[in-house]
Design a protein around this ligand. Sequence first.
Ligand code: HEC
Length: 195
Amino acid sequence: MTIRAFIAAATAATALMAGAANAADCPVDVDDPFDLEAAQIEDIYNCLKDAMAEGYAKEGDEIGANYRSWTVTSTRPAVAGPHGNRLLQTFANDVAAEQYLKFAEEGVKMPARSVLAKESITISKKKKQARVGPLFIMTKMEDGAIPETDDWLYAGLQPNGKVMKIKQSFCHDCHVNYPDQDMLAYPLEEVRIGN
Ligand code: HEC
C-alpha cells in the first residue's frame, strides 16, 4: 500500500469510528416509535447511552456533565407523544427526587433548586435509525423569580453539548396544562419508578 492509500484508509477508518462514537448506527426496524416494544427500546438505549452522556457533557455544562448521577425516574425510556414522539427518560436531582418520585397529582410545589433533566432519542424513519435528541431541562427558581412560568426556567442542550436557544413560552404553554403537578407531566405510568 502506498503512503497515500494508507492515509486514506486510516482516515476512512477514523471517520467510521467517529460515526460509532456518535452512535450514528443504532438501527431501528419500525416506522412508528409507538410500535417499539420494551426490549427494542432497551436495545436502542444500550446502543446510544454512552455516546449520549458524552455528548451532553462535551461543552462542560454542569447539568449535562452530572445528570447521570441523579435519580432515574423510569425503568426505561418511553414515548409519550409530546416532545416530538421521542423516547424520553427523566433524571431528578437531589432536591427534586423525593417529591418528583411521588408523581403526586394535587398540590405539588417543587422546592427551589429542583432540576429535572430529560434525555431524548429521535427515531429517524427515513434512515431507520435512532439518534440522540436534546437534553430537556427544567429548573425551579426561588419563589416569585419568574412569574410568567411559575418560577420554572426551561433549558436544553443539543446532542453535542451546546446550549439550545429556547423560548420560555414555547415550553411553558404546554407544561402549564399540569397546574396541580407544579407544571410537571411525569413519565408514562407503566415505566415510573416510585419511592
Ligand atoms: C406539547 C407539550 C410539551 C412541550 C411544548 C414541552 N413539553 Fe416538556 N413535557 C411534556 C410532557 C407530556 C412530558 C412528560 C412526558 C415524559 O417525560 O415522558 C414532559 C416532560 C418534561 C420534563 C420532565 C419533567 C416533567 O414534566 O415530568 C422536562 C425537563 C421537560 N419536559 C422540559 C421541556 C422543555 C425545556 C421544553 C421546551 C423546549 C418542553 N419541555 C416543551 C410536554 C411538553
